[in-house]
Each structure stands twice: as C-alpha cells, then as structure tokens.
Design a binder for this molecule. Structure first.
Ligand code: WAQ
Ligand code: MG
Length: 664
C-alpha cells in the first residue's frame, strides 16, 4: 500500500542509430507508474521524428521531500509570421535584461562608493537614465539558438561572461525530475503543458534569469520566452512548418562558481509544478496566476505587508497598545479645538469639496489655510494639495519643465522619487546628505538650471539635512532648491516653524510640507514666492486634476497652526521625549522624533515588532522596498503626548527583547 503513495520519476528516451529521437518524463504516485510507462512507451513508438530502435523507460523512486513550485503565468502573443515573432522575442529578452539592471552605470558607481547596495526596484533605482543597450547581446543569443545543432538538452549562456557554459556542448543540460500535480496524458506530446512545466522548474534555478525555446519538432512553430519575472510568454510563430531546427537556451546571470549548483538543481532536484493547465489558458486565469506569483515572491522575501486596523488611538487588530508610530507628533489630531472646527466646517460646507480647486472646489477653508501656512513659513504665498505625495509628484515635474537636471538625495522619500520619475528629466542621485558629492554633481551639470531636492528630515532615518550648505550650493550653481518639510514642520525650531528656524537661515525657493503629520489633518502644501505659486496653480497636474481636500481637513490644519504658535511647550515636550528615549537606548540623538532602530534582517524586525505589540507598544518594522534590503528597522515615532512612564517602559522592553540594540 505505502508503495502506492510513494512518488516515482519516470523517464522515457527513444533513440535511432545512436541519435536522440524523443524524450519525456513525469513524476507520479506509485499507483500510476504502470499507466504512465505505457503512455510514454506508446508515444515513443509513434514519434513523428522517426521509428525508434531503442526505447528506455527508467523508473526511480524519489526519496525525501519534493519541492513544489507554481506554474509561471502564461501570455500568448499572436504574430503573423516568424519575422514578427522574432521581433517579439527581442522585446521580451530586452525586458528581462533591462529588469536585471534597475540602475545604471552612474548609479552602480554610487552604490560602490557608498558601500550601500541599492537593490533592484529600491527607492532610488529610477535614476540616471540612458537605458543599457543590450541589442548586440540579444542578437547573439538569437543567432545561437538558430544555429544550435540538434541537442538533447539546453544551452546555458552566461550573459556576464558572454559565452556558453554548459559542460557538454553536444548534449546540453537536460532538465529532469519534474512533473505536475495533475494527471496529464503523456500518450501524445502536449508541447505547451510540457514546456510550461520545464520552464516553471528552470525559472527557480539560481542565476537562471530567462529562457528562450523553439521546438525542433517539424510542425510545431510556437516558441516562448520565459522568466520568473515576466512569466511564460508564448509567441505563435518562430519558424516555418517543416523546419527541423530548434533548441533551448537558459540565460545565466550569476557567479561562475555557482553554475554547478544550478545545473544540479535543473537535473536532479525533484520538482512538482502546480496549476499547469492542459491548454494555453484564458487571459483571466493568466492574470490570477500572475498575481499569485507576485504575492508569493513577496512573501518569500519577508516583504509582504498587511494592513492593521487601528480601532482607536490605542488598539491594533484588537490588541491594545501605545502607538509609537504615528507622525501626529504633537497629538493635534486629537485636540478638542481642532476637532471642534472640523465639526463646524462640516456643518457649514458639508463633507467634501466636490471638485478640483480650479473648477468649484476652492472654499474659504482652503484659502485661509494657504494664508496661514505662508505666514507660518514666512513666504509670500502658498498652495494646498490633496496630500504630500501629490504635492511632490505635482511640483517636481512642473519645476523640471523649466529645464535642467534634478539632483536628488539617495534617501529622499518615495514621493520625491516618483516626482522625478514623472518629470522624465535627467535625475542625478547624490549620496545621502553628502554635500561634497552634491557640489561635485551640481557643478558638473551647472549652467542648464535645474532643481536640487531633499527631505529636511529623512523619513526612515530621522536625520536632518545640511540646509546651510544646500542653500550655498544651490545659489552658487544657480539651481532651484526644494526642501520637503513633511517631518520638520511643527517639529524643528523653537516655535516649530521648521528647518530654517532650526538652522536660523533663510528659506529655500520651494518649501514643501504636509498637513497630515504634526498638523494632525490631511493634505500637502507648497510655500514660496507669489510667482512660484501662480506657476504651480497652472502647471502642477496633481493640483489641477484632483479634488480639493475636504474643508474640515483644511480648517483643522489652520487651527493646528494656531495652536502650535500659541503652545510652543508642545514642541518642548516632544524634544524632551526624544532626548529621554535616545538616552535610554544609547542611541544617537538626531533631534527629531523619527528614531530608527536598525535590526537588519527583515524577518527578525517583524518578530521584534510583533513582540513589542504583545507587550503593549506598536512600533512597526520598516522593510524593503521602503529601505534597502538587509537594513530592516523598527521605526519609532514619538509624540509630545507620550508620557515619561511610557517612554521608560517602551525602552526597557526594547532593551530586554534584544540587548544588543541598546548598544546604539
Ligand atoms: N531540458 C533541457 N532542454 C531540453 C529538454 C529538457 N528536458 N527537452 C528538450 N530540450 C531542448 C532540446 O535541445 C530540444 O531540441 C529543444 O529543447 C526543444 O525541445 O507554449 O516542444 O521538446 O505552445 O522540441 C514550446 C511550446 C514547445 C510553446 C517546445 O521543445 C507553447 C518544445 P522540444
Ligand atoms: Mg523536440
């Protein structure tokens, strides 16, 4: 009985005059061994490639666990002829190769210099543009497959060393010990299902970043390009019927020393591919698979995120806890006067603005806030956006339209990065808060105008930018200077005016900030000259094309500004809390309420955060892609409203959970 549950690998191989005619295989339970062997035998006997002289069937019991992988999502590209088909192949290969190198030459140099590895698709991967030209490499790969001699296995092409690396070039590497979790008949070759099964296993091999395959079977003209990242892409015509050529190439991007391990995986590690459809699937199924794969890969790297519900100020997913994660630094979202004006605004205006600012969405609530924030920041004028994100993604492209490059700190917030991306301007990333690096780059691109943009307080590290030097550099080389004061408004400076008050220096050209943090409300803003603001009203697309924030939000933010000016002791209380917290954990005191406690490992950071929640403190783990891989951290955000007891208690718990953390 137990033998029937056991899994077996069954391989068929047919030869004539020592030449390979056909081969196929599967993994099945013991009870199906007989049936499958019969099917494979029948198939070998009737193969269109010729009458077999020797047919071998090999049955091997599989010991131990079998790895399970999901079938790659399937897309079909219909083409009219092979010529069009190869153009599609080039596109697919290009996509695979360029996704490998999220960055560019300049960026990699930056990574090397700073010693900090920016991962693919990390915050700064978008920068410095000219895409790598891989055309000649792609042409070369295609020429290899078109001229490959008849092989039993696949070619492995090393794209770093630009050569074939499969150990036996006559035979190739044959992917083996692979099957599906469904019973698919093997009596006739199902090109699609068998190729998808192989491709799904191969895409899991270390360093194999893609594959291209054309069948050598006479009448089968559909081929594919496959990769873990873009799935299994069928291209309906890659050769004419009756052409007897074909082959398979795996693209290898890894260390030379790791190749043997990858080949061993391809040949020997038993793998069951789940959810292989019998026929090329309908688009909706492919879409589901694409989502499932993307989700799974996030989960595998411990970067999957769940939304937690905060039922009230102090309860998360049902557990009650003190919130040490909010950007409501002065507790103003809970202030009775702030709440009262919001209620009154709803009674007066209703709940929503109902249109964009330029249509009918501008209410006195909006213009009053703009006056108040301009006064608070000591600028001529101001403009309110729907959020800080939309302020950055609106303003940066508008400024880039004036010409020149954008110089951006490598740790700038995602909304700044997205603003740079949207602008399509050339963006040069400089090392974090490194004024020498910035100056060198500012000098290099001087003369065309442009924009320097930086956070005032960095959102995941809590450090303060060197504004005095930024002002000098911007002036010397004639750049606009934009500072994002999302985390400094209401926080820095004796009266909470922000970074210029902190340093006692003049304003940059463009001050950006948010109402959703220390102002306890919602929205984002830009402060600057009258001329600047008039320009933005006409050019910032996120301002023009989105509904104004609710009037209750605008009046709350105005009230918050009034309270900050009236009660500077809130800022002083916040400062004392920061000092106490940092002292207790022997952390460097950055003078800001954002205190990163670096853990490194993504999984460990989540575990510590979970334990803290059980102990009554909510301090979230921040992981890739918000911060670089391997620099996961607890991000503490303090408020003036935390009590001394809470700060002492939280720091004690953190120190007890991981004593190494309090070494600073
Ligand atoms: N491992 C590695 N390479 C292999 C293997 C294997 N198990 N089997 C075949 N090859 C190599 C070998 O060089 C063959 O000449 C070449 O691949 C093509 O093999 O979705 O049927 O089995 O409709 O002829 C594509 C399906 C079918 C497209 C491909 O390939 C679709 C196909 P064939
Ligand atoms: Mg074949």
């Amino acid at each position: 009985m137990s033998c029937h549950k056991k899994q077996f690998s069954i391989k068929m191989r047919a030869e004539k005059n020592g030449e390979h005619i056909s081969g196929a295989e599967d993994i099945v339970e013991g009870i199906l061994v007989e049936r499958l062997s019969g099917e494979l035998l029948a198939r070998a006997l009737e193969h269109p490639n010729g009458q077999a002289e020797i047919i071998s069937i090999k049955v091997e019991a599989i010991e131990g666990k079998i790895k399970k992988v999901k079938a790659l999502p399937v897309t079909t590209i219909e083409v009219d002829n092979a010529e069009q088909g190869w153009l599609e192949v080039k596109k697919q290969l290009n996509q695979i190769l360029s996704s490998l190198r999220g960055g560019t030459t300049k960026q990699s140099a930056l990574e090397k210099e700073s010693g900090c590895q920016m991962q693919r698709f990390s915050k700064t991967d978008c920068f410095v543009v000219p895409p790598r030209n891989d055309n000649s490499l792609i042409e070369h790969i295609i020429s290899i497959i078109k001229t490959a001699d008849k092989m039993r296995g696949a070619i492995i092409y090393d794209i770093r060393r630009k050569k074939r690396v499969e150990p036996d070039q006559a035979r190739g590497v044959r992917v083996s010990r692979v099957g599906t979790d469904r019973i698919l008949s093997k009596r006739e070759k199902n090109h699609f299902a068998e190729a998808l099964t192989l491709a799904s296993k191969a895409s899991e091999a270390k360093g194999i970043i893609g594959e291209i395959c054309v069948s050598d079977d006479l009448d089968y003209v559909t081929g594919y390009v496959a990769s873990k990242r873009f799935g299994y892409v069928r291209i309906t015509k890659l050769k004419k019927v009756r052409e007897r050529w074909g082959g398979r190439i795996y693209l290898y991007d890894g260390e030379a020393g790791d190749l043997a391990e990858s080949i061993d995986f391809l040949e020997n590690t038993p793998v069951i591919v789940e959810s292989v459809p019998n026929n090329p699937v309908t688009l909706s199924v492919a879409k589901d698979l694409a989502l499932a794969n993307a989700i799974e890969s996030k989960k595998n790297t411990n970067t999957w995120r769940n939304i937690r519900i905060r039922n009230s100020g102090t309860s998360f997913d049902g557990a009650s806890a003190v919130l040490m994660a909010s950007n409501d630094y002065l507790g103003l979202s809970q202030h009775p006067e702030v709440k009262a004006v919001a209620v009154k605004a709803i009674k007066t205006y209703g709940t929503g603005a109902g249109a964009s600012r330029l249509i009918t969405g501008t209410l006195p609530a909006h213009t009053e806030f703009e006056k108040a924030i301009a006064k608070f920041k000591d600028t001529e004028s101001a403009i309110l956006f729907g959020s800080g994100y939309s302020a950055n993604t609106g303003v940066i492209p508008a400024m880039a339209d004036l010409g020149g490059v954008i110089l951006s700190d490598e740790l700038n917030h995602a909304s700044i990065i997205d603003g740079c991306r949207l602008s399509k301007a050339q963006t040069i990333v400089y090392r974090h808060n490194d004024m020498a690096d910035l100056e060198a780059k500012a000098k290099q691109y001087a003369g065309q105008g442009g924009l320097i943009v930086s956070d005032a307080v960095f959102s995941m590290d809590g450090d303060i930018v060197n504004l005095p030097r930024l002002l000098e550099i911007a002036e010397k080389y004639d750049y606009y200077l934009m500072i994002d004061e999302a985390h400094s408004t209401g926080v820095l400076g004796k009266t909470g005016r922000g970074i210029t008050e902190h340093f006692g220096c003049r304003n940059p050209d463009i001050i950006m900030g948010t109402c959703g943090k220390a102002l306890g409300s919602e929205g984002g803003f830009i402060c600057g000259s009258k001329q600047l603001i008039e320009y933005l009203i006409n050019e910032a697309r996120s301002f023009i094309f989105s509904t104004a924030i609710a009037p209750a939000g605008a009046v709350s933010a105005t009230k918050a500004l009034e309270i900050i000016s009236r009660e500077p002791e809130r800022i002083e209380r916040l400062r004392q809390n920061i000092v106490l917290f940092c002292d207790k954990l022997k952390l460097e005191n950055n003078q800001t309420p954002i205190i990163p406690i670096i853990i490194g490992d993504e999984k460990k950071a989540v575990e510590i955060s979970d334990k803290l929640l059980k102990a009554g403190y909510y301090i979230p783990a921040i992981r890739y892609p918000t911060v670089a891989k391997g620099t996961a951290r607890l991000r503490v955000a303090l408020s003036s409203e935390h009590t001394k007891e809470q700060i002492l208690d939280a720091t004690n718990i953190i120190a007890s959970l991981d004593p190494s953390l309090c070494s600073g």
